[in-house]
Design a protein around this ligand. Structure first.
Ligand code: AKG
Ligand code: FE2
Length: 203
């Protein structure tokens, strides 16, 4: 909302080509964002993330969780997980993200970064369980962190600060042409929770 109560439209594309990234800014007042941060920290079944890389099992400090409207299976980094049923807060936030973006989502991958030492390395979210070129709606709560995109061929980098209670959308060809990451930083010592709403297709 701006000063006049108008909704801020996110028609600016942060990517210069080969995809679409829209940033909607803060979606809610501070007290509501604080409420969701606490609720998510306390009600989500957070687990340390696991990956199998070159046959080795790796356990990350970052915590993750996977929720959805059906017990979808989702495979990434060679680990398969089964979605838990929506919590009331996740359903509210899914509806909010859908209303603002005009997209629909049926699942959510959550990340908990305890402080700036934790981040996520360059990757794209093009797993085969995900709808091809489907939108990913990303809600952030807690510490503000930088989020960066890197073009796979030109190596061009674009970055955005993700605020407390904000929404970002990645769509169209973004995952085919761009990597993204959450860089670690010495400047942050508070937790951040990120929710990425997605569309899973069961083939
Ligand atoms: O924490 C973030 O903002 C991004 C997380 C992400 O890229 C992912 O879960 O695939
Ligand atoms: Fe991602």
């Amino acid at each position: 909302m701006d000063l006049f109560g108008n909704e801020i439209t996110a028609d600016h594309n942060f990517l210069p080509k080969d995809g679409t990234v829209n940033y909607y800014g803060k979606l809610m007042p501070l007290d509501k964002a604080n409420y969701y941060l606490e609720a998510l920290l306390n009600t989500i079944e957070w687990k340390n993330d696991e990956a199998v890389i070159f046959g080795k099992r790796i356990v990350t400090k970052r915590k993750v969780a996977w929720y959805g409207e059906l017990p979808f299976e989702y495979t990434y980094s060679n680990i398969t997980k089964q979605a838990l049923p929506w919590t009331p807060e996740l359903l509210e936030l899914k509806t909010l993200a859908e209303e603002r973006t005009g997209e629909t989502f049926n699942s959510c991958l959550l990340n908990l970064y305890h402080d700036g030492n934790e981040g996520m390395a360059w990757h794209s979210d093009g797993e085969k369980d995900l709808k091809k070129n489907g939108a990913i709606g990303s809600l952030s709560f807690g510490a503000e962190r930088k989020f960066a995109f890197k073009h796979k061929e030109t190596k061009e980098v674009v970055s955005i600060i993700l605020e407390h209670g904000s929404l970002l959308v990645m769509k169209d060809e973004t995952q085919s042409h761009w990597l993204h990451r959450l860089p670690p930083t010495k400047l942050v010592n508070r937790p951040r929770v990120n929710l990425t709403f997605r569309t899973i297709v069961n083939r």
